[in-house]
Design a protein around this ligand. Structure first.
Ligand SMILES: *Cc1c(COP(=O)(O)O)cnc(C)c1O
Length: 243
């Protein structure tokens, strides 16, 4: 159980984030109900997560398979799990059937493993393809120029369903500085849509985090991944890669 004070703090943060999502959606002529908030709960206790569930947040983002599995055993039936961090191929077998969506398909070897494990489990796994728009070396993701051939290959994998794209913008003090990243991802999604590739849908654009989710929504995000604005600061940077 959470202390009442802590519960109130989380509920208050959540309400502020929801209000900011609503205003950003309205500003850009969008329906706020079309925007899914994924609460990024890495390092956060299941008690704190349960407080959000009470407020009808069911979608949680984790970047470590081990942590996701531990929390799954506690909160499973009430939640949908989003794997948002780099996924090692040797962990894939543990998550098939458990995650609602993998946001971080970023290489062919991972697609192969997802296909193999999903096929064996008679399951279809929903994924987003991570695109490295900014070109930063430290960022995972398919370079935009390689995306179309990548998608054409993945489209042949019958147990993987591509539902859209994901990107992580560079860290910036002013979100205006990374607006172009979101705009580019949206443009790329529109272009891909026009290719009409079997098995490849562009329903979702997963972009925007605590620092920049409003800008991302204005540019077309319909999934935002928000951690610290809800739960408070973690002790390490947002996109630290765990292995
Ligand atoms: C940690 C993380 C987030 C959330 O970051 P905040 O800045 O805390 O909102 C979003 N997406 C990914 C991929 C992350 O690793």
């Amino acid at each position: 159980m959470l202390a009442l004070e802590e519960q109130k703090r989380l509920e208050n943060n959540l309400e502020i984030v929801r209000e900011r999502i609503r205003s950003a959606a309205k500003r850009s002529g969008r329906n706020p109900d079309e925007i899914l908030l994924v609460a990024v709960s890495k390092t956060i206790s299941t008690d704190a997560m349960a407080a959000l569930v009470q407020k009808k947040v069911y979608d949680f983002g984790e970047n470590r398979v081990q942590e996701l599995l531990e929390k799954y055993d506690i909160l499973e039936e009430r939640c949908k799990w989003h794997l948002i961090g780099r996924l090692q191929t040797n962990k894939v077998k543990h998550i098939i059937g458990k995650v609602a969506m993998v946001h971080s398909l970023d290489r062919m070897s991972l697609a192969e493993e997802l296909q193999k494990r999903a096929y064996a489990a008679k399951h279809i796994v929903d994924v987003l393809v991570q695109v490295n728009i900014s070109g930063e070396e430290s960022k995972a993701g398919i370079p935009p120029a390689e995306l179309l051939p990548f998608l054409r290959k993945v489209s042949q994998y019958t147990n993987i369903r591509v539902k859209g794209l994901m990107t992580i913008a560079p860290a910036a003090d002013d979100p205006e500085d990374v607006r172009w990243v979101f705009r580019d991802l949206k443009k790329i999604a529109v272009d891909i849509q026009m290719e009409n590739i079997d098995n490849i849908a562009m329903h979702y654009l997963s972009m925007g985090m605590s620092n920049d989710f409003e800008t991302a929504i204005e540019e077309g995000a319909n999934i935002v991944r928000v951690g610290s604005s809800i739960f408070g600061q973690r002790s390490y940077p947002a996109t630290t890669v765990f292995r």
